[in-house]
Design a protein around this ligand. Structure first.
Ligand code: BGP
Length: 464
């Protein structure tokens, strides 16, 4: 069976500035939270490899864009590093960074690859973190200024923008589960960060519309984790799954697309004394500045059951105070990364967006399969034989195709990621790319089997 996609469907991959550029202390870049964290606690990072060792894209971007072209990309998603463009977050613009991003964008456009540019991908300038990061309104204002500067500088060429990438992740990592800086555990602060992030997104959208980027569209990238109850007939399980959905998905989806928070979520936050500090004008700001389109990062679903043990009131409140995670027997696993694979969730997302979010235009901004020790799949010619990745992408594309054929408004698919890259605390442990990056040989790139396969899909617009 053939699965054909519409003419103009976007085929590409996603990356982020901090994960590929390298040159962490070059070109006038300021320090961000990752540079700082690595300086003070290198042992937290897998093999003690920090952001200074990202894949050197700052130097090799022209050849890398050529590589994208070679495997059929017609779009490419990355981000602008806030601390490269404005080293202290809120002061002077770094002209070397302007020249770099301008050249990168021009190169993409010259190769007929549409740039999709994100403004925030986990990389808070350290000077901004020192005054409170996303907990501070001053930082929210500084981000809004940064957004405006980006639209003014690059809006003549970049037509698709995203305010944030996975806004729940800095909340989870930085304020609940300790895998992002500042690494604290405090649900009230987490809620404030989540709220301020949404305010900053609405402010950036307001700036975008003021700047009047011609034919431009602005969106946000949200990682959706559809929440499935252990037993769909059990009301307690269903209720628990609904809470997980409210906390992890709808807390960003609803304000971004509908301009309001779900009533149920507000009640839950209120009942648990977690309400954030707000400004009187926030309601209108959010209502009036919703996104034009959505990026969906999808990796894994959530399996949820009702809480089995009573919550200990002496322990700090956490999302898991409201539900238990459920280890579903027989689930399909990516054994190399430890994540569940459930391809149908992409179809469920497509239908949810069609039916409950006004059939908003959307694209898969990330989907991918991380593999630990991928070297073991190298063949005698030095090519990674990643058939598992080909199968992963194919199966997701089939479900996506079904969603589109039933009317969901999806316009593209981006793999995470173009070439193996540095990933936060995991550094290079899990490999995701279409191109292998050899850390022992000057970051040399070699195409994987999946890259060759993807070229055919992208160029024919068809999965066979
Ligand atoms: C997403 C992020 C990416 C990337 C990816 C893979 O959450 O947007 O930045 O890191 O996940 O995850 P990991 O590298 O942790 O395996």
């Amino acid at each position: 069976m053939k699965y054909s996609f519409e003419k103009g469907f976007l085929w590409g991959a996603a990356t982020s500035a901090t994960q590929i550029e390298g040159a962490a202390f070059e070109g006038g870049k300021g320090k961000n939270i990752w540079d700082h964290w690595y300086e003070i606690e290198p042992n937290r990072f897998y093999n003690q490899v920090g952001p200074t060792k990202a894949s050197n894209f700052y130097v090799t971007y022209k050849e890398d864009i050529q590589r994208m072209k070679e495997i059929g990309f017609n779009s490419y998603r990355t981000s602008i590093s806030w601390s490269r463009l404005i080293p202290d977050g809120n002061g002077a613009v770094n002209e070397e960074a302007v020249a770099f991003y301008q050249s990168l964008i021009d190169e993409l456009i010259n190769q007929n690859i549409e740039p999709i540019i994100g403004l925030y991908h986990f990389d808070m300038p350290f000077a901004m973190q020192e005054i409170g990061g996303w907990e501070s309104r001053e930082v929210v204002e500084a981000y809004s200024r940064f957004a405006r500067i980006c639209f003014e500088l690059f809006g003549d060429r970049v037509k698709k923008w995203a305010t944030h990438n996975e806004p729940i992740v800095p909340v989870e990592g930085g304020y609940l589960y300790q895998f992002h800086y500042p690494c604290v555990v405090d649900m009230k602060r987490a809620v404030q960060v989540a709220y301020n992030t949404m305010i900053s997104s609405a402010m950036a959208i307001r700036e975008f519309r003021k700047v009047k980027v011609e034919n431009g569209q602005i969106g946000i990238v949200i990682n959706l984790t559809p929440s499935y109850p252990r037993d769909a007939q059990n009301q307690d399980d269903v209720k628990a799954a609904n809470i997980a959905d409210l906390l992890f998905n709808r807390s960003f989806l609803d304000p971004s697309i509908k301009g309001t928070y779900p009533e149920e979520l507000i009640s839950l936050i209120k009942e648990n004394n977690l309400l954030p500090v707000t400004n009187p004008e926030d309601y209108t700001l959010m209502k009036e500045n919703t996104v034009d389109f959505l990026g969906v990062n999808y990796y894994s679903p959530r399996r949820i059951k009702a809480k089995e043990a009573a919550v200990d009131p002496s322990k700090p409140i956490m999302p898991e105070s409201f539900f238990d995670n459920y280890d579903m027997p027989g689930k399909k696993m990516n054994i190399y990364r430890g994540w569940e694979i459930y391809e149908k969730a992409l179809y469920d997302i497509a239908i949810n967006l069609r039916d409950n979010y006004g059939n908003i235009p959307w694209y898969v901004s990330e989907n991918g399969m991380g593999v630990q020790d991928e070297e073991r799949f190298l063949d005698e010619n030095g090519i990674v034989q990643d058939d598992y990745r080909i199968e992963f992408i194919s199966e997701h594309l089939k479900w996506l195709h079904k969603g589109i054929s039933e009317g969901s408004n999806c316009f593209g698919y981006h793999l995470w990621t173009f070439m193996d890259n540095w990933s936060w605390l995991n550094a290079y442990k899990n490999r995701y790319g279409f191109y292998r990056v050899d850390l022992n040989n000057h970051f040399e790139r070699t195409i994987k089997k999946s890259g060759l396969w993807f070229k055919q899909v992208a160029e024919s617009n068809e999965l066979v």
